[in-house]
Design a protein around this ligand. Sequence first.
Ligand code: N2P
Length: 369
Amino acid sequence: MRKSSLRMAVLVAAMIVMLVLPRAGGTLVTNAQEPALDKELNVYNWADYIDEDVLKEYEATYHVKINYDNFASNEELLTKLQAGASGYDVIFPSDYMVAQMIDLKLLAKIDKKALPNLANIDPYNLNPWYDPDNQYCVPYMWGVTGIGYLASLEKAPTGWGALFDPEQARYYSEHGGINILDDEREVFSALLKYLGYSVNDTDPKHLAQARDTIVKVLPLFHSFNSTDYQTTLLIPKEVSISHAWIGDVMKANMSTATKDNPNGDWKFIVPKEGAIRFQDNMCITATSKRLATAEHFINFLMDAKNAARISNTTGYPSANKAAREFIKPEILNVIPPAEVLEKLEWIRPLDDDTSKLYDQTWTEIRATQ
Ligand code: N2P
């Protein structure tokens, strides 16, 4: 009797396991991977910061049309969002801009349960100062802002003086041309570092000094370009040195590498006075009505192979640890050693008054050229 009721209990339990668990499991999996998706998604990213084929694959697989736009700087992104009704769902702000946007309530919190690929992100990039616990954003790619230059130049740059000291800048202007990133905080950061200050200096006198410094060399610049300047780097005699984000120089290198010249034509330096480190992120706007689709898309970009394709195409180091085995070694090697990284500064949000002064001074500088 006892044996047969035990058998019966085991049988009933097995039936429950067979009937209920797969359903529960199935439902869970469906929720995590296949939510009901919207027909469109509006994505706003930095220029040259994606693999177009990854986007096309997402559209073809999930029948979601990606409306994809580019911005040139964090400030342009912020202005667009603050103007209201931008319609963007997924955006890619940098570190300090995430902090500002959280403060301004421009971001939606992410639902980590909808992002199983979050497990692929390197703990080194998670939990950053600007978004503790990653409540709002997921790290995308990261790197350093410094100087890219043609390896064939006789005089190799060592510091920001190559761009801002009139004598040095004249040499580069006469030997190919100088490009400066069309990016307010990046330009002030470079100038402030050159003058020996922090990239987050708030002293109006130092800002005026930065303005006077750049105004003197403005006639020597070929361009202010932060969107397609790495293409310019490939045009002979157009530009021979550029204020640059590391991945864009890597990309120029990959495009010029040949069997006889495996490292390509370009080099990148962290200027001797110090430089900037950044980490860009995937976030959802507070106004997005397509949260589930936005999360589904972000999760797709965090797939190890997709993240690797993006890194391999753009030349930027990925925050995705699982992607590493698929990333070209030259991109993995571009990351400076820990002792260099430690000395770099993060750009931080500014108080309102300083921010206004920065904007005003930047407008003056850009109007001068
Ligand atoms: C890529 C832009 C990189 C953004 N072209 C640096 N924060």
